[in-house]
Ligand binder design. Structure first.
Ligand code: SF4
Ligand code: SF4
Length: 476
């Protein structure tokens, strides 16, 4: 089976229950943002900008659990900000499990290994020595860390931890291969850390997933390599979504200056071009997301936005109408469902009900539309997909690894590249992506679990390179 039976069954039961009750709108996935603080400052991150005045605020644990209880979504995606910074993350995961939810922890991966060491310390007995020795041998845990795990005191043993469970996934944000990903998150070494964290998670028996956002500059062949490599690591599934950002200023430029929208937006046409092979990918890799949504992305059909099915709850309340756009926050999920005029949003028969929705095809608006379709043919293909055989893991090889670690590992990190630009030796330090005749990739915002974007990334990166050049000149 492509997905664990118990999880598929739980979701199917939830949908059936609401269909029988004829509930007009209900939640499938809660996007829970307990905080917006992050250890990274990705270029173009929508979250750390939109909530810049409340970055220090957090949703109290009880309120997080009450929100999950209120909307009763079978799946909760804990995102942010970086959820592993949330001081009560372990209690939150335990509380959501107590409610019977399927949990995705959407993380940038940087603190994952620390959390898994804490887990290992809490359960460690001599019987775990073999696994610990393997982690050390594979350089996923240092000798010093291994010793700390062996000598864990009563405090470490009784600490709440995030343990492996078939009901929980680490959902790691990965937007490309090493060079691209580190550029996006603006820190060299993050891609390598994500890979190390995924490898450690698999050894310890955790379920792992990845989430990727595709933007205008994303090179799709690069993503095929990324999925092959992730598959070789044993990653259990992947969420992929086109990025989308509505920016009134850019829209105005299109209108006033007669500029081509393609210069600014991942338009519907561009999205369909990018995703034309998504159904093939669905056969090759364990892509999460219904085949109906995949047909929509590939341009084979239309769907109506069902943003109410993936509601977002954060420090300001229930965010309406969707993860991307904010027209207001509400105190309750039901209040939001009852108050928002949902007929004002989305694209129906090719016509945008709201100009801001015109080019949106994002996962949080349209994937549930596929899952909730009442057409027998859609139900059949969704079921066939879910119950079908899981794609076999790709074997990794030296050539693939060489393409994957194309950044800081080979001395071509973005900082090295910025330095090269400063020294006017840029061409000698171009990335593999750029050397293949492409423009340097702009930095898309993190998708799926966090971020949620601003497409001024290219301009900002160029400005940073320019700034670095000036600083260097001044210093010299
Ligand atoms: S179409 Fe996209 S932007 Fe518009 S409401 Fe739906 S999810 Fe939000
Ligand atoms: S995109 Fe995600 S990882 Fe990056 S700064 Fe924003 S919240 Fe943090």
């Amino acid at each position: 089976m492509r997905f664990p039976f118990a999880l598929t069954f739980k979701i199917a039961k939830h949908i059936t229950r609401h269909r029988l009750k004829r509930t007009p709108r209900f939640a499938m996935v809660l996007q829970l943002e307990p905080l917006h603080t992050c250890n990274l400052t990705c270029t173009g991150c929508g979250r750390i900008r939109e909530y810049s005045t409340s970055l220090k605020d957090m949703v109290p644990l009880e309120q997080c659990l009450a929100a999950a209880d209120e909307c009763d979504a079978p799946m909760v995606s804990i995102c942010g900000g970086e959820p592993l910074i949330y001081p009560k993350i372990e209690e939150l995961v335990a509380g959501l499990r107590g409610q019977g939810r399927i949990i995705y922890i959407c993380t940038n991966g940087v603190f994952m290994r620390k959390k898994m060491r804490e887990y290992l310390a809490s359960v460690f007995t001599p019987a775990h020595e073999t696994v610990l020795a393997r982690l050390v041998a594979e350089q996923l845990v240092t000798e010093k860390e291994a010793e700390a795990i062996r000598k864990a005191d009563a405090g470490a043993k009784s600490k709440p931890v995030i343990a492996p469970s078939k009901w929980m996934y680490w959902n790691v944000h990965v937007d490309g291969l090493e060079y691209t990903h580190d550029l996006i998150v603006e820190r060299e070494g993050v891609f390598k850390e994500c890979v190390a964290a995924i490898r450690m998670a698999k050894i310890l028996g955790y379920q792992t997933a990845t989430n990727t956002t595709v933007y205008k500059e994303t090179a799709m062949p690069e993503l095929v390599d990324m999925y092959k490599y992730l598959s070789s690591l044993g990653v259990d599934g992947h969420t992929i979504s086109p990025g989308y950002d509505y920016d009134a200023a850019k829209k105005d430029m299109v209108k006033r200056l007669g500029r081509d929208p393609k210069e600014f937006f991942l338009t519907r046409t561009l999205t369909r071009e990018k995703f034309k092979d998504i159904e093939e990918w669905g056969k090759m890799f364990t892509i999460f997301g219904t085949p109906v949504y995949q047909e929509f992305l590939a341009g084979k059909r239309e769907l109506t936005c069902t943003a109410w099915a993936i509601p977002t709850y954060n420090v300001k309340g229930w965010k309406a109408p969707c993860y991307l756009m904010t027209d207001g926050h509400f105190a309750g999920y039901q209040e939001m469902l009852d108050t928002v005029d949902w007929e004002k949003y989305g694209v129906v028969d090719g016509v945008a009900r709201d100009a801001r929705c015109e080019n949106c095809m994002v996962h949080c608006g349209y994937d549930p539309s596929g899952a909730l379709s009442t057409k027998p043919r859609d139900n059949w293909i969704n079921m066939k997909f879910n119950f079908g055989a899981r794609p076999a893991a790709f074997p990794s090889d030296a050539a693939l690894e060489k393409r994957v670690f194309n950044g800081v590992t080979i001395g071509k990190g973005h900082l090295a590249e910025a330095k090269a630009a400063v020294n006017k030796e840029f061409s000698g330090a171009k990335s593999a992506y750029a050397r293949n005749g492409n423009d340097l990739p702009a930095a898309p915002s993190a998708g799926g679990g966090c971020g949620g974007g601003d497409a001024g990334q290219r301009d900002e990166l160029l400005a940073k390179l320019d700034g670095a050049r000036k600083t260097d000149v001044n210093a010299g």
